[in-house]
Ligand binder design. Structure first.
Ligand code: MN
Ligand code: MN
Length: 420
């Protein structure tokens, strides 16, 4: 049979965007459109004493506070929420961070997460770490920059829905633009600790000034005013609006586009399915993040992320919006059910089957993050529909009529009724 010249029959989803986006979304672009959104409107009131010097130790009772905020004295800043866990507060209201790692989830051995907020102009200090860092911008926008071991430079502006990746040991910084930023960080080590990163200030503080002088070829007095403590999260000079002003040009050139540290995932349209939608970003389109594959899944009310498992990787899940119920099946005979809401973290070990139902009346949205070179899952429905009927019938005692209704196409998210 000759396929040349044949015209594929039009399908119902002819215009449905594919699961993966364009390679053109990788890396720095001068034409990209960073939304200059407004800061989230956060309504809250502070307790008496909450803005006082925290060292005084004023008693703060948050029991009956509607929207308690991670603010103590001049540290920390407001939070669009939701939040359930301890926050580490930045200097002078510049932001905050909270983390999930094996200290709080001992079984989550392959990945750890940090949720971080930076107020407008706020920095996450220049630093590096042993783990690789994958990130999804949750709201606002920021400028990220890095230098690779070849001295090649990278800078880019990202907005809500975009993704970045910094390989182990590659030093980088993040600065919020005029609308502030909140982002999710996922690390490829379950015992990652955000408090143990290598900070630029600490490198200087732990090196004799005579050595710094010799190393950098400047007088010892050049270091008279370096900070006497780490900065971590702090307020800085606002980033110049024109990113070109921070595009450092050296003889080494820039990080090549194929190895770029950003992916403009927000510009990738979602692939629509019956009960919601799916967007995948993995090394097929974002090669530098060679061990990170992720899907943003939207589940309409009543819908369900179908029963599936990930053959090669554990899954680290962050709930972005809405509420859901997940059940995990672990061989041979254990099923565990968990309720989640926005801000929560879930963890599904490799090849353990799971499904997530939307239990609310708004769209449920979460991100599934895998340690894999490609986003893959085995779907229960597709598996059984694609297996010889006699084998399935002999095993599960299902009727011919039932078997003929199983769908060979992967569903990702199935539709359902909210009155179930
Ligand atoms: Mn980092
Ligand atoms: Mn999954």
């Amino acid at each position: 049979m000759c396929l040349v010249g044949t015209i594929a029959a039009p399908t119902k989803r002819a215009s449905n965007p594919p699961l993966r986006g364009s390679e053109a979304l990788v890396g720095y672009s001068t034409t990209e459109n960073i939304a200059s959104g407004t800061q989230p409107d956060i309504k809250y009131s502070l307790l008496p004493g909450q803005k006082e010097n925290p060292d005084i130790g004023s008693y703060l009772d948050f029991e009956n506070v509607d929207n308690p905020q991670p603010i103590r004295g001049s540290t920390g800043s407001d939070d669009p929420g939701p939040r359930l866990s301890h926050n580490r507060l930045g200097i002078d209201g510049a932001g905050w961070a909270r983390q999930e790692n094996t200290v709080v989830m001992p079984d989550a051995t392959d990945m750890a997460g940090v949720d971080m907020r930076l107020e407008p102009g706020g920095y996450r200090e220049l630093h590096w770490h042993v783990a690789g860092e994958w990130s999804l911008v949750l709201n606002g926008s920021c400028r990220i920059q890095a230098v690779n071991p070849d001295g090649q430079t990278f800078v880019d502006d990202l907005t809500a829905g975009d993704v970045w990746f910094f390989p182990p040991g590659v030093p980088h910084s993040i600065q919020a633009l005029s609308d502030g930023v909140e982002f999710l960080l996922v690390f490829d080590q379950g015992d990652f600790n955000e408090d143990n990163t290598f900070l630029a200030t600490e490198v200087f503080l732990h090196t004799p000034k005579s050595v710094l002088s010799k190393n950098l070829g400047v007088p010892v007095s050049a270091f008279d005013n370096i900070p006497d403590d780490e900065l971590y999260i702090f307020e800085g000079t606002p980033a110049p609006e024109d990113i070109e002003e921070q595009n450092v040009t050296t003889q080494s050139g820039v990080v090549p586009r194929t190895q770029s540290y950003s992916y403009h995932f927000s510009e990738q349209p979602a692939h629509e399915v019956a009960g919601g939608s799916v967007k995948i970003v993995d090394p097929l389109t974002f090669p530098i993040a060679s061990n990170f594959s992720a899907a943003i899944v939207t589940v309409h009310p009543g819908g369900m992320r179908e029963i599936h498992w990930h053959p090669t990787s554990d899954e680290w899940t962050f709930f972005i919006q809405g509420q859901g119920r997940a059940t995990l099946f672990t061989a041979p005979d254990a099923a565990t059910t968990f309720d989640y809401r926005a801000g929560d973290v879930g963890y599904f070990p490799q090849s353990n089957s799971h499904y997530i139902e939307n239990t609310g009346d708004e769209d449920l949205m979460f991100v599934e993050v895998l340690q894999a070179s490609q986003f893959t899952d085995m779907a229960l429905g597709q598996w059984l529909a694609s297996t010889p009927k006699q084998i399935v019938a002999d095993t599960l005692n299902l009727s011919d009529s039932t078997l003929s209704q199983l769908k060979t196409e992967k569903q990702y998210v199935v539709a359902g009724s909210t009155s179930d």
